[in-house]
Ligand binder design. Sequence first.
Ligand SMILES: NC(=O)C1=CN([C@@H]2O[C@H](COP(=O)(O)OP(=O)(O)OC[C@H]3O[C@@H](n4cnc5c(N)ncnc54)[C@H](OP(=O)(O)O)[C@@H]3O)[C@@H](O)[C@H]2O)[C@H](O)CC1
Ligand SMILES: [K+]
Length: 511
Amino acid sequence: MKILSGEQLAQADASTIQKQQISSIDLMERVATLVFERLHQRLNGAPVPIKVFCGIGNNGGDGLAIARHLIQHGYHVTTYVTNCSKKRSKDFLVNYDRIKEVTKDWPILLSCKDDFPEIGQQDIVIDAIFGTGINRPIDGWMAEFVEHINNSRAFKVAVDMPSGLFADQAQNDAPVIRANHTFTFQTPKLSFFLPETGNLVGTYEVINIGLDPEYMMQVQPLANLVDKDLAQRMYKNRNPFSHKGDYGHVLVMAGSEGKMGAAVLASGAAINAGAGKVTALIPEDGNTILQCSVPEVMSILSSGESHVTNFDHELQNYVLCVGPGLGLKDDTFSAFAKAISKQASPVVIDADGINLLSRDLGLLKKIPENSILTPHDGELKGLIGEWKGSYDKLSKAQKFSMEHKVILVLKGAFTFTVTPQGMFVNDSGNPGMATAGSGDVLSGVIAAFLAQKYDPITATLFGVYLHGASGDLAVQTYAHEGLKASIISNFIGPAILNLFRQPQQQPPQQQ
Ligand SMILES: NC(=O)C1=CN([C@@H]2O[C@H](COP(=O)(O)OP(=O)(O)OC[C@H]3O[C@@H](n4cnc5c(N)ncnc54)[C@H](OP(=O)(O)O)[C@@H]3O)[C@@H](O)[C@H]2O)[C@H](O)CC1
Ligand SMILES: [K+]
């Protein structure tokens, strides 16, 4: 699914009105009906007090039309208009008139602090104050009003976006409605996925409002969302007559004294994700640990006892995955530099591999095009320097990716994959995955898909998605707290199966 900017959504809106020969007021009606239907499905006629707060633009117009449908269906609705300027959008005004068809109560105008209504704990608040048209931080009495709503314990439903939130630009502590649920139109917005603002959205639900398919097809999005549908389409079926040679050989260069677990996890995950063969290049003293932990993985021993000191072996045709638990010793650095310089096809570099690379960024010239770097924030600083907020981080990462022709996986609640061809946001995963070794598993999984001849971007996106999906399945048994990296790794297979499982049908309701 594409993630568009506020401006692009307005263009999609205009293009829909032109091509579908639908008026903007009818499009607003379509949107409001779809939101109403979802609310009605959940509320099922409950006599809860509903307060609809409308701005004076088209988001407010949506709010008025939603309020009209709710009133028509017997809900207990009070409608308010935040009267922050004399301007009104055309379709706001039409809906302001139309609400009179269903109620004698005019919407209540709010113009200052004295007008703020009390909001009860049982109330449902529908926030239709600002949507994608917000163009500056909310200030003055409106800022206090946002705080007033946020301080209430009512359940808050945002229309398109929580008011005050910008779809695609940084905002420094500007007031924003803290929604419990957001019905967002056509595409989710980039700010939903960033750590500074993601929590303001609550759960979100995308409503397909039927914007012009041609526009949606050709537009270059800010990013693409990788969800179950897309992951399903990435999966490659196996040929029944295939053998292990068809699924590649991963060489995991990893581990040092006290960190052999990282080598075990990365190489084990490569096996679990379907690599035909996996070999671990590890320090001598780690051999027993590795061989006892994952019998499927072969080993090559470096001459160093406690850390890898050299890269000398006879292997041919393998995918290199380098870095987990490798350490930062000088002779490890030389072995790392030799390892990456010998590669002709993309490599996966993680953890200490990235720290070693940051020691001499000149080595970037030796890395094959489309190699995959999987830094956490601390490691990323060694590559792109400091940043101010997520938008700055993403823009620096994009510049780095294009300049060095590498794929960056920026791990987080929503992992961003930044490629020279564009940016992707991952939709799977949960906070239980914030646990030691989870990243080692990810690097092994991505390397396994590279070895299975997925192209580098697909191997990365599919690996990141499945890693998160494994965590999502595992958490149902282990809870966030009980999740650990080896469990995530063991759930890769079930997560692949789950890609093709249909959601369970609800049993028919009894009359
Ligand atoms: N995208 C679609 O296809 C559809 C979207 N719909 C809905 O429309 C809104 C976007 O509507 P728009 O009218 O462009 O914008 P808003 O309603 O969000 O707000 C614009 C008005 O607010 C003023 N403004 C902006 N920032 C502030 C502020 N900080 N304080 C006070 N006032 C502000 C702005 O006025 P100016 O003074 O800046 O000129 C506008 O008056 C979208 O989110 C959807 O909900 C359609 O219903 C259907 C299709
Ligand atoms: K809103």
